[in-house]
Design a binder for this molecule. Structure first.
Ligand code: HEM
Length: 172
């Protein structure tokens, strides 16, 4: 019995589920709610991002998924040698994995700072007191639009990864 492979699969698939499910929940429910609430979302964003550290959740589950996937890809391809890499199955795991790798990088390098910017602008609005100026509202809308756009690209990429993972083994 290949216990290492079993452990890698549990980590990889378990964290992948938590990653993709979380990304969908964020894109379809959390982000639109923040958008709708505008300045009133500030305490929620502060709690979610700064206190409960939502970006850490995504960084952790995405990184475990990627590490598990890369290790299994290495093992399945016998250290990238042999014909598995260019077989339909290898290509589907590889291309799906590549989509997930780009999503992982974007999530940490681009999406997290964009969400933090929305939180910072919310704090700025609160500190200013009274109704926010048109200029501040404009910056908030731009920051929220950026989160929405990057979130959409990220979600499409992880869904493409799921598609590749789901069909790879049956492309024979
Ligand atoms: C959104 C991210 C990902 C999700 C949700 C995901 C999900 C899955 C699932 C459900 C399987 C089981 C498929 C099966 O056994 O037929 C699997 C297997 C696999 N995944 Fe991923 N994956 C993701 C990212 C990655 C990445 C980044 C790589 C790296 C190249 C990768 C490489 C692999 C490999 C090689 C297998 C086959 C493992 C084996 O031989 O048992 N995956 N993945």
């Amino acid at each position: 019995m290949d216990w290492l492979q079993i452990a890698l699969r549990i980590l990889h698939i378990g964290s992948g589920v938590l990653w993709v499910g979380g990304a969908a929940l964020f894109f379809f429910y959390i982000e639109p709610t923040l958008n709708k609430l505008g300045p009133n979302a500030e305490p929620f964003v502060d709690e979610l991002v700064n206190k409960r550290k939502m970006p850490m959740y995504f960084a952790a589950v995405a990184t475990i998924t990627v590490i598990g996937g890369v290790l299994m890809y290495w093992r399945d391809s016998n250290g990238l040698s042999g014909s598995w890499v260019t077989s339909p199955t290898g290509l589907a795991f590889g291309l799906g994995g590549l989509c997930a790798l780009v999503a992982w990088f974007m999530g940490i390098a681009v999406l997290t700072p964009a969400v933090q910017k929305v939180g910072a602008l919310g704090a700025e609005m609160k500190a200013a007191g009274g109704p926010p100026s048109a200029e501040l509202m404009g910056r908030m809308h731009a920051a929220q639009e950026r989160v929405r756009m990057i979130g959409a690209v990220d979600l499409v990429l992880v869904l493409l990864a799921v598609l590749g993972m789901a069909i790879a083994r049956y492309l024979v």
